[in-house]
Design a protein around this ligand. Structure first.
Ligand code: SF4
Length: 226
């Protein structure tokens, strides 16, 4: 599989969004799923797949700690695009996490909190799928600079497809505006990257787009992407 990934990488590295989506759905069918956090990039992917009438399974990780605006957007997407968005929640309810690990684990051990509330549900969400799709872009952080449109995910042992790997921030927003795509209103309030509310702050214009995540910790990813 990994040698095939290299040839797919080469074939698709400069492909258009429509071509990547068409290839992914044709190649993987029901074995493919889109992991959406309902950020701007995910809205591009969901809108384009809908326009092209490509069947795409979508899931999101509901940590119980998402912003109300994110939950509202999930409902809006369900209504407008008719995606049957599967929500995966942690096996450990928040109250039990507090009992076992103390309150506000995210403020002391965010890696442990992400393992419980994101990584464990992600493993369940990916079970039975051979490939997953994300809205990751190279520009988003130093950890994503080598991102390929198609890659082998060594953590979850699956093919990972990132159709927007080479897109710029501007290209994403040009697309959303040109096609009147709904998006999280927090983006207009200084939140370029939106995760759980305890670990997301607004950033000033010109600051790194991921600098509002886990402020005060040397942490750039939640463990889903390496
Ligand atoms: S982003 Fe923060 S609150 Fe959400 S799972 Fe990770 S540490 Fe916990």
């Amino acid at each position: 599989m990994q040698s095939q990934v290299t040839s797919w990488q080469e074939a698709l590295q400069d492909a258009s969004l429509g071509d990547v989506l068409t290839w992914a759905v044709a190649k993987w069918g029901d074995d493919l799923v889109l992991a959406s956090s309902f950020g701007a990039e995910d809205m591009v992917l969901m809108h384009q797949a809908w326009v092209m009438r490509l069947p795409l399974a979508v899931f999101s990780l509901d940590t119980d700690l998402l912003f109300p605006e994110t939950y509202a957007l999930i409902e809006r997407v369900r209504d407008r695009y008719h995606y049957d968005v599967a929500l995966y929640r942690p096996q450990l309810p928040l109250a039990q996490q507090t009992q076992q690990f103390g309150g506000e684990l995210w403020s002391r051990e965010p890696d442990a909190c992400c393992r419980l509330r994101k990584v464990e549900p992600l493993r369940r969400a990916l079970a039975g799928r051979q490939a997953w799709m994300t809205g990751l872009r190279r520009e988003q952080s130093p950890t994503r600079r080598e991102l390929a449109v198609v890659q082998w995910d060594r953590t979850f042992h699956r093919v990972k497809i990132n159709p927007l790997a080479h897109w710029s921030h501007q290209a994403v927003w040009d697309y959303l505006n040109a096609h009147d795509v709904p998006y999280n209103p927090l983006h207009d309030q200084g939140y370029p990257s939106i995760g759980c509310w305890p670990c997301t702050t607004s950033v000033k214009p010109g600051e790194d787009v991921r600098s509002g995540r886990w402020t005060g910790f040397d942490k750039q990813e939640c463990g889903l992407h390496r």
